[in-house]
Design a protein around this ligand. Structure first.
Ligand code: LLP
Length: 453
């Protein structure tokens, strides 16, 4: 297994207060009257009003990240789509923000497309992903008039061609290739290596065959290539290497077919700070490596500079979000560890059990106090692996305290479940002193809405 998503800090009290944790908190985070505030809203008051567990998203941070991507990619080349990867966090309110910020949207299922349609997201700005799109999903995409479908297999290509032809349309497509790059991340979220369920490998000429077939088939308008080498990537060199390989492939395609790639989508993957030791690359540096890198290599190969797309998910929403919990019990096992049990867990954040992810936590009602103890924040599910944060430095904790787990805006709500018939938390968007419930808390009736007796 590759390195965990975040190096685990030593399990000792670190005397840090919320003021020291700003690098993992939303950009509007602040401490007033000993409480943590985000977006001008008191997190303690909000937790007590709305109940916990509660997801909180900071609108200003989300907009800032989207704007930074637009700014620092188009700074180098005007024709770049910033495609928000909806799988990181999707709600109707979020999609309205993405549309307003002039960004595109990556959907990877019929359900995500349904959200985009309900949000009136412009369909020409949709990129569709998935390694096994069903006929129904492809039909929905064609009927909706999505901008681009990223084709992942020969079977899909044949099916899509027939369906588009039957409708008398030409569907714009990109071909997903795996550039054979081992990205510097956790094995489970590494996707660009040769041994991957995604896309067409470049060895054995698979990707070249895919291009040739797409050029032959009716109903398809082949625009270019797509790659996604993984997620939570810190080393920008992984992208540099992948770009070198893919632009070289663009040259080989021109030699072999005479056809020239018009569009190149390099996927997402920029890492974020989950813990204080994390020092991710900036969006500004990422923009330079990707956009300038493609430009330079295209020029070296005498190829026209393609339209480009980047697909950030995590780096748009992760640090914009926190999860608030209430402490229900504290169990001290002498000389072993202290467990702080909260009213959520692996149903609202599976990342700790799934990836051994590490998070920073603090007590929102003691935000100005130093973290003088270490405790393991456990969930309420019937499973010993149900841990939210292992060995978290924390302020002196008491039952009833509000625990804030930082950087949970990405892949927490979107990967949530109803395990143990736990209702999913509400999502509150905060901005300029206002708190708006954008997703209400589930009810027991919601849990039973599909039951037919
Ligand atoms: N584009 C494609 C085709 C993707 O598959 C993904 C993520 C992205 C873009 C966005 O990548 P990002 O910028 O968020 O790294 N559940 C895992 C992450 C899985 C990522 C899946 N694909 C986690 O919680 O870490």
């Amino acid at each position: 297994m590759g390195r965990p998503t975040t190096p685990r800090p030593p399990a000792v009290p670190d005397d840090l207060t919320a003021a020291d944790l700003m690098s993992v908190l939303p950009s509007t985070a602040d401490v007033e009257n000993g409480h943590l505030w985000i977006g001008g809203v008191d997190m303690v008051k909000l937790a007590r009003e709305q109940g916990t567990a509660l997801y909180v998203m900071d609108e200003a941070s989300i907009r800032q990240q989207l704007r930074d991507y637009v700014k620092w990619t188009r700074f180098h080349w005007a024709d770049v789509d910033v495609v928000y990867a909806g799988k990181a966090f999707m709600s109707l309110a979020m999609l309205k923000i993405v549309a307003e910020e002039d960004c595109c949207l990556d959907v990877s299922s019929g359900g995500e497309l349904a959200f985009a349609r309900r949000a009136d997201f412009p369909m020409e700005r949709i990129y569709v992903h998935g390694n096994n799109k069903t006929d129904l999903e492809l039909a929905e995409c064609l009927d909706a008039g999505v901008g681009r479908i990223v084709v992942d297999s020969f079977e899909e290509m044949e099916r899509l061609s027939a369906m588009a032809e039957a409708r008398g349309t030409q569907q714009r497509i990109l071909i997903r290739v795996t550039p054979g790059i081992e990205a510097d991340t956790h094995d489970f979220i590494m996707t660009g290596a040769e041994d991957s369920k995604f896309g067409f490998g470049m060895n054995e000429g698979l990707a070249m065959r895919a291009v040739k077939r797409a050029l032959e088939l009716p109903g398809l308008d082949l625009a270019g290539l797509h790659m996604h080498i993984g997620s939570q990537i810190f080393a920008l060199q992984s992208f540099t290497k992948a770009i070198e390989v893919i632009v070289h492939f663009m040259d080989a395609i021109r030699d072999a077919t005479g056809w020239v790639v018009r569009e190149l989508d390099t996927g997402g993957g920029l890492g974020i700070a989950y813990g204080l030791p994390d020092e991710p690359s900036t969006i500004k540096d990422y923009g330079k490596v990707i956009v300038d890198g493609i430009k330079e290599h295209a020029e070296t190969h005498g190829l026209p500079v393609p339209k480009m797309a980047v697909e950030p998910g995590r780096s748009i929403v992760a640090n914009a979000g926190v999860t608030l919990y209430t402490v229900g019990s504290i169990k001290e096992i002498p000389n072993i560890r202290t467990y702080v049990a909260v009213d959520g867990g692996m149903s609202d954040n599976i990342r700790t059990s799934l990836y051994d992810a590490h998070y920073e936590a603090l007590i929102a009602n003691k935000a100005d106090q130093p973290r003088t103890m270490v405790a393991t924040i456990a969930g309420k599910h019937c499973e010993s692996g149900d841990i939210v944060v292992t060995d978290a430095p924390l302020q002196d904790v008491e039952v009833g305290d509000i625990v804030c787990v930082c950087a949970t805006g990405a892949y927490c709500q979107s990967m949530s479940s109803n395990y143990n018939k736990q209702v999913r938390p509400a999502v509150v968007m905060v901005n300029d002193g206002e708190a708006r419930v954008i997703v209400r808390r589930e009810t027991y009736d919601d849990l039973m809405k599909c039951e037919l007796g």
